[in-house]
Design a protein around this ligand. Structure first.
Ligand SMILES: *Cc1c(COP(=O)(O)O)cnc(C)c1O
Length: 361
């Protein structure tokens, strides 16, 4: 018998979205927080131009992409690392800084991949309680132990959609021991940039990394490009773990062009936010609770798991796939990505019908 190492074989397969439907309707996925909008046309043509030289390996240093990011965000190009999605960067960071006997600390409703990446490093995962589905800096600080090596915070959070202000992240950093790495995952940062000052400056301290992605606001989830601002010493270590040609030439070209088309990204964000807020108002009218969100999704909250399951069945019957939250310990919730206007219309009317039936029972 060929056996994988124990910390790998004991791991469950990563829980991807259930994309099955029951009715005959053409399924629409609102399950993976993908953008409802198409990528920038410039990104599409840049990718196809790059594909013409597909016989060559990509630039291992992502130079043009880093230049584009540096220009837009006012950070040093040398401080940026790019990954095949920000997931690759999260995995590499945890692998570089935590192993057996170490703890990775996050929060109870944090992005599930933090836990997976910790298990892959054979380190222990510790989750500080959130308060009202929001990161509590006090609870995180109280959970720090001598074994804590890395603290991961997604801000805004997924699946919660909530965020803490910059001042709270600064307070967290200042309260952490200087030998604990803080990873701030801003996968939805572009949806919250208008609310606060950026936190990239925290990376200059030497103990903090800020991650972003092209998968959400830039509509490039399929191209797999993430990036982050790293202190030099941390970048040096993480770089050793990344595959030397981790981001394909087409993906680098698409991401650089998308970054240079800020107008397209802003438009995606503003259309998504308007549609999200409209959907939230509809939910309030029909008596379905949804939390505040600074992202491209809403967390719907039903009275219990059975009710959430019944709503999910009704939505699936009409071809709308939301994400069940049982894996997060929130079986009474469904996470709804904000999709096209048509998809949100359909989701809204399926839920209206469902509430009528549910209440007449
Ligand atoms: C979507 C998401 C990511 C990962 O995205 P990539 O596609 O790997 O860049 C990371 N963190 C959070 C919180 C996310 O929701």
């Amino acid at each position: 018998m060929i056996r994988a190492r124990a910390h790998i074989s004991s791991l469950a397969a990563y829980a991807l979205a259930d994309l099955s439907v029951t009715g005959g309707a053409e399924p629409v996925s609102l399950a993976q927080n993908e953008s409802a909008d198409r990528p920038s046309p410039n990104a599409i043509s840049a990718a196809s131009r790059a594909a013409r030289r597909g016989e060559l390996y990509p630039d291992p240093d992502w130079q043009d992409l880093r230049r584009a990011i540096a220009e837009v965000h006012g950070v040093e190009a040398q401080s940026i690392l790019c990954g095949a999605g920000s997931m690759e960067l999260i995995g590499a960071l945890i692998r570089a800084y935590a192993g057996p006997g170490d703890e990775v600390l996050s929060t109870s409703l944090a992005y599930a991949f933090f836990r997976t990446a910790t298990a892959l490093s054979d380190a222990a995962y510790v989750a500080a309680a959130e308060e009202e589905m929001t990161v509590s800096v006090d609870a995180v600080l109280a959970a720090v132990s001598p074994r804590t090596r890395v603290v991961c915070v997604a801000n805004p959070g997924n699946p919660t959609g909530t965020r803490v202000p910059r001042a709270e992240l600064v307070r967290l950093r200042e309260g952490l021991p200087p030998d604990v790495l803080l990873v701030i995952d801003e996968a939805y940062g572009e949806f919250a940039d208008h609310l606060d000052e950026p936190v990239f400056d925290l990376c200059q301290r030497g103990d903090t990394v800020v991650l972003r992605t092209f998968s959400k606001a830039y509509s490039l989830a399929g191209m797999r490009v993430g990036w982050g601002v790293f202190p030099a010493a941390i970048a040096r270590e993480v770089r050793k773990i990344l595959n030397p040609n981790n981001v394909s030439a087409a993906s680098q070209a698409a991401a650089a062009a998308a970054m240079r088309d800020q107008a397209h990204m802003r438009e995606t964000v503003s259309v998504t936010v308007a549609r999200r807020d409209g959907f939230a108002r509809h939910l309030a009218r029909i008596g379905v609770e949804a939390g505040p969100s600074a992202t491209n999704f809403l967390l719907l909250r039903f009275s219990d798991a059975a009710e959430a399951k019944s709503a999910d069945d009704a939505l699936r019957g009409g071809g709308i796939l939301m994400r069940g939250m049982g894996g997060y310990g929130l079986p009474e919730c469904l996470r709804a990505t904000i999709g096209s206007a048509e998809a949100m219309e359909t989701a809204g009317s399926l839920l209206t019908d469902w509430t009528r039936k549910e209440r007449s029972r």
